[in-house]
Design a protein around this ligand. Structure first.
Ligand SMILES: Cc1cc2nc3c(=O)[nH]c(=O)nc-3n(C[C@H](O)[C@H](O)[C@H](O)COP(=O)(O)OP(=O)(O)OC[C@H]3O[C@@H](n4cnc5c(N)ncnc54)[C@H](O)[C@@H]3O)c2cc1C
Length: 389
């Protein structure tokens, strides 16, 4: 099977980065994104870790992404009495290309999409996939507006509730990872952080994190153990309601957390930490899953977006370097599955309180298999098939 035409379903982080990486490797792809605009889901923010920034550098997208958000170079850890437990550099803090970066997800998506468009990659907005039809001569995507697109390979980068995954692995169900995650922004909180530092609080009732952007906006999250919030409660909930739920919990501790949340206006959001069970099939015929569609993890380790960026680079290099497409897709899965599933397990264990205290909260990096190997794996000039270059 040749791969002259690649369909990418989903123009989020995984899909757009995959299209950029495939383009650099000489493959033609088109991106099909359900949302009509480019900067959807502006609410949530995330942190790209050094490994994610390294992947971005390999696809020449560092400048595009460093134009949004702000760097984080150190992390301070507090206990529930507000005492400092640790202060450590974050990732490859000394390298301006690889520093952690905190950004709104919508800004990251928009930056990647703009860069893709600049390189001539077609991104079709308002194209919601309904079903996939795989055959010996090609794979056809059917969209809800009645349109279709046919390619040699279809990459399902359509996120946690992936339609593509339902076709490949109808029995795989995203599952709750034990915590509700609140997050928000405020310009009204007292400025408690110097630039480029994130503070993690090991509270008695919640894990809390906050950082302040250079222009004075505090970004915060809180992870609280408990039953999952029902979907209708999330849909109907109000920012004031979430604040009222959270502030009393955070007030139990002598940390800055409660005041920051109390100072937040309407920018309060909540979601259930959700993961895709390890072992979920990623592949069937001409269809492959990447990013959250394949391996969403609870957000504790803050690695989902970085893993999606790594996926993009490794997929493009596998297709570039392996002798044929079948081998490339097998190689991709061999190279990616252990690492991303380790992340699902580590993150899920911390979410569920199975590991206590978490390595991250102790101020040490979460160990991940293959980190040393990863640098070579991502390095654009290194052949992933022969491991030469
Ligand atoms: C609260 C929270 C905090 C997080 N914090 C971090 C963090 O700090 N660091 C980190 O690295 N990660 C974090 N993550 C995880 C990160 O957001 C995800 O791993 C990342 O967004 C995955 O990218 P993706 O492109 O695979 O999926 P998504 O970002 O979900 O993109 C999927 C895209 O597919 C589109 N789509 C969906 N269905 C269809 C369809 N049928 N047809 C066409 N298009 C479709 C969607 O519109 C979307 O644009 C966090 C997640 C949460 C929930």
């Amino acid at each position: 099977m040749g791969v002259a035409r690649i369909l990418v379903i989903g123009g989020g982080i995984a899909g757009t980065a995959a299209a950029l990486a495939l383009h650099k490797a000489g493959f033609e792809s088109s991106v099909h994104e359900a949302h009509p605009g480019s900067a959807e889901d502006l609410g949530a923010f995330l942190t790209l870790a050094s490994n994610g920034m390294r992947a971005l550098a390999q696809i020449d997208a560092s400048d595009a992404v460093r134009a949004v958000g702000f760097p984080l170079t150190s992390m301070r850890v507090l206990d529930d009495a507000g005492a400092e437990l640790a202060q450590v550099p974050l990732g490859e803090a000394a390298d301006s290309l690889l520093q952690y970066r905190c950004l709104r997800r919508g800004d990251l998506n928009a930056a990647l999409q703009t860069e893709a468009a600049r390189r001539g990659i077609v991104i079709r907005h308002g194209a919601r996939l309904a079903s996939v039809q795989d055959g010996p001569d090609g794979v056809t995507a059917h969209f809800t507006d009645g349109s279709t697109a046919t390619g040699d390979l279809l990459i399902g980068a359509d996120g946690l509730n992936s339609t593509v995954r339902r076709q490949i692995a109808p029995d795989a169900q995203p599952c709750y990872a034990g915590q509700r995650v609140f997050y928000g922004y405020t310009r009204a909180a007292a400025r408690s952080e110097p630039d480029a530092r994130i503070t993690m609080v090991r509270g008695s009732t919640a894990a809390f994190g906050h950082a302040v952007s250079p222009d004075g906006e505090t970004y915060w999250f809180a992870r609280v153990a408990g039953e999952p919030l029902p979907a209708d409660e999330i849909a109907d909930g109000s920012p004031a309601g979430w604040r009222e739920l959270l502030v009393p919990l955070l007030r139990k501790d002598a940390t800055p957390a409660a005041d920051i949340v109390a100072a937040t206006g309407d920018d309060v959001m909540v979601t259930n930490a959700t993961e895709i069970p390890a072992g979920t099939p990623w592949r069937s015929g001409r269809t492959l899953l990447v990013g959250d569609a394949a391996h969403a993890a609870s957000p504790v380790t803050g690695q989902g977006a970085s893993m999606a960026l790594e996926d993009a680079v490794v997929l493009a290099k596998s297709l570039r370097d392996a002798p044929d497409t079948e081998t490339a897709l097998r190689l991709y899965e061999e190279l990616r599955r252990p690492r991303v599933e380790h992340n699902i397990t580590v993150s899920g264990n911390i979410s569920r309180g199975v590991h206590s205290p978490s390595p991250a909260a102790r101020g040490t990096a979460v160990p991940r298999p293959g980190d040393d190997e990863l640098v070579r794996l991502l390095e654009w000039g290194v052949d992933v098939w022969t491991r030469s270059g």
